[in-house]
Ligand binder design. Structure first.
Ligand code: HEC
Ligand code: HEC
Ligand code: HEC
Ligand code: HEC
Ligand code: HEC
Length: 474
């Protein structure tokens, strides 16, 4: 007989071992399965992080409808109405008495009042009449419709490209052809085009409704990138097919935050990038095609107006070089419960340093802010010097012109004014106040100051102009 205290029989022991092994294996399997389920749920979540309430397609432009599937992104998107000032950025909510012509009760502060030298720089151009600090995306359509610049010049439908959700209107105008619709709207008077557009930039302008993948819908950017790449030897570049996801996180912003001009009688919106994105390339492009935006009222110089080249300047900076995208700083990730979403409250990152910068930089919030402001203070001082230099050149040119100097005599100095002014305006119109590419901004301002100096020197080379009354007795 077997002793109860002795070891169980080998057969029993084997059975126990088998059972134990089975239990461990089963437990392991359950755990593994749970993990797999978890991972796959997470993946599913990442791919499809929402309850599909409505079926979206390419005919739905109302962001409120998209918002039913993506309420978190939609809520943040609506917050672009907020107006908060930073030292050099953001915007100030200035009360405005609504009139029939302009029903806005709040506008952004006037940049012309802040710095009247801008009026001298833009003499004879619509910008000398009304130019304000930019504010959130929610205002883009109203601010364009109601700017006094609309009364000074007959603006074309081209303006609409960057101030509203034009994807669907273009498609409709072009009978399904985006580019055809773009060409048609460019040639319409602004107020006629305005009637076709309902929303500021909307989900449909940056996202594919089926997959929510990022996409570029703006013909100006699609064609601009094709010209840029062709200049680098890459033919028929297709931004939507060939760009990486990280590039797209900047390209969706580059659709609008760029330098542009209206080409030819068709007023085709064109990004002047065929020679490259740097200011020197862009200047060379305009020198070659002889484009001018207007003739300076005081000096007669064939002048250019630079517009918000954030994309171009960002591309000269260390962050672009390091693969950091516009969205990394301006649409920083944030947690909402278990989900990581992109903050669709697009605004100054200085109002959100924690998420916009400290994910990569270990410095305190205060220190990050100081670094940016130190850089912006230096930038602003240099910008003021360049502005004074330009105003001096304009003053001297104007005097010579009033004294009767001929176009031939003034040509060289006018050429320098054109350049000094475009270089200065390029960093003036760039809205980061130097941050996106500090050293490049300083270089450009240095060039501008030099062009103003060369302009004054060119005037000195001319023989002195005879006095008005001296000539009367000739
Ligand atoms: C490394 C972070 C970073 C990246 C990348 C970046 N920006 Fe900025 N941007 C800033 C900072 C900082 C400011 C200055 C904000 C201020 O002065 O309040 C700024 C300012 C701006 C402003 C003016 C904002 C305001 O409130 O006045 C615009 C517009 C802008 N950036 C657009 C872009 C675009 C478009 C891109 C990509 C092509 C881009 N930024 C890339 C950090 C970044
Ligand atoms: C290539 C895109 C693009 C086109 C085309 C464009 N804008 Fe803008 N506009 C912007 C961006 C980006 C801003 C914000 C940055 C800034 O103000 O510098 C802006 C800002 C503005 C503002 C607010 C700030 C200010 O200047 O007072 C007004 C008004 C405006 N645009 C009017 C117009 C008019 C009128 C046209 C047509 C002549 C036009 N825009 C064409 C992109 C564009
Ligand atoms: C359809 C054109 C368009 C696109 C696309 C676009 N913007 Fe803008 N953005 C504008 C215009 C126009 C304004 C100025 C609106 C106004 O002043 O009424 C503006 C204003 C801004 C401001 C100033 C906000 C403030 O509160 O002062 C920032 C920052 C900005 N944009 C960043 C971006 C970033 C980052 C992207 C890409 C994720 C982007 N924008 C995409 C046209 C555009
Ligand atoms: C100016 C361009 C722009 C507009 C307009 C825009 N988005 Fe986005 N959206 C982005 C960018 C950039 C990302 C980050 C995508 C990535 O990293 O691949 C993003 C990401 C998303 C995502 C993926 C999850 C996340 O948060 O990262 C969803 C969902 C989304 N957006 C919904 C919307 C909805 C809804 C609207 C309209 C209310 C909208 N977006 C408007 C640029 C835009
Ligand atoms: C996705 C990562 C990332 C984010 C987000 C980011 N940075 Fe950076 N930043 C970098 C990298 C990378 C460099 C290059 C220096 C290096 O390699 O250490 C850099 C450099 C800088 C520099 C030095 C600039 C120079 O010219 O040498 C400053 C200042 C700076 N960042 C400020 C900011 C601020 C302010 C923000 C938020 C608005 C920010 N960064 C957001 C990655 C980031």
């Amino acid at each position: 007989m077997s002793n109860p205290t002795t070891q169980p029989e080998p057969r029993l022991r084997r059975i126990r071992l088998v059972i134990l092994t089975a239990v461990i294996a089963a437990a392991g399997a359950v755990a593994a399965t749970a993990l797999l389920v978890n991972i796959s749920e997470r993946k599913q979540e990442a791919r499809n992080p929402f309850y599909r309430v409505v079926e979206l397609d390419d005919t739905i432009e109302d962001p409120a409808v998209w918002g039913k599937n993506f309420p978190l992104q939609y809520d943040d998107y609506k917050r672009t109405v907020d107006q908060v000032r930073t030292k050099y950025g953001g915007s100030e909510a200035v009360p405005h008495t609504p009139t029939e012509a302009d029903p806005r009760s709040v506008v952004a502060q006037s940049r012309l009042e802040e710095d009247p030298r801008l009026k001298t720089m833009w003499a004879g151009y619509a910008f000398a009449v009304d130019f304000r600090e930019e504010r959130g995306h929610a205002y883009m359509l109203d601010d364009q419709t109601l700017t006094e610049r609309q009364h000074v010049t007959k603006q074309p439908g081209t303006c609409m490209h960057c101030h509203g959700s034009v994807y669907l209107p273009y498609k409709k105008l072009g009978d399904g052809d985006l580019i055809k619709g773009f060409e048609k709207m460019n040639q319409m008077p602004y107020m006629e085009a305005r009637k076709l557009v309902e929303h500021p930039v909307a989900c449909i302008d940056c996202h594919d409704p089926k997959t929510m993948a990022l996409r570029v819908t703006r013909p100006g950017f699609i064609e601009g990138m094709r010209a840029l790449k062709a200049g680098q030897g890459v033919q028929n570049y297709d931004v939507n097919a060939q760009a990486t996801r990280q590039e797209m996180r900047s390209y969706v912003c580059g659709q609008c935050h760029v330098e542009y001009y209206f080409k030819g009688p068709e007023k085709r919106l064109t990004y002047p990038w065929a020679k490259g994105l740097k200011i020197d390339n862009i200047m060379a492009y305009y020198e070659e095609n002889g484009h001018k935006d207007w003739v300076h009222a005081e000096t007669g110089a064939p002048a250019l107006k630079a517009q918000h080249p954030e994309f171009e300047m960002y591309n000269q900076g260390i962050h672009a070089r390091s693969g950091v995208a516009c969205a990394d700083c301006h649409m920083a990730y944030k947690r909402e419960g278990a989900m990581k979403i992109s903050d669709h409250h697009v605004r100054s990152p200085l109002l959100n340093i924690n998420r916009a910068c400290q994910t990569c930089h270990k410095w305190s919030e205060e220190e990050m802010k100081n670094r940016v402001e130190t850089l912006q203070d230096r930038h602003h001082a240099l910008r003021n010097t360049a502005m004074d230099a330009l105003v001096d050149l304009i003053h001297d040119l104007k005097e010579r012109k009033l004294a009767g100097a001929s176009d031939v005599e003034l040509a060289e100095a006018r050429g320098f004014q054109r350049k000094a002014q475009f270089y200065l305006d390029f960093v003036e119109a760039e809205n980061s106040n130097g941050f996106h590419a500090p050293q490049e901004a300083a270089r450009i301002l240095g060039e501008s100051i030099n062009y103003s100096r060369l302009g004054q020197k060119a005037l000195r080379k001319q023989p002195p102009v005879p006095q008005q009354d001296a000539r009367k007795h000739e």
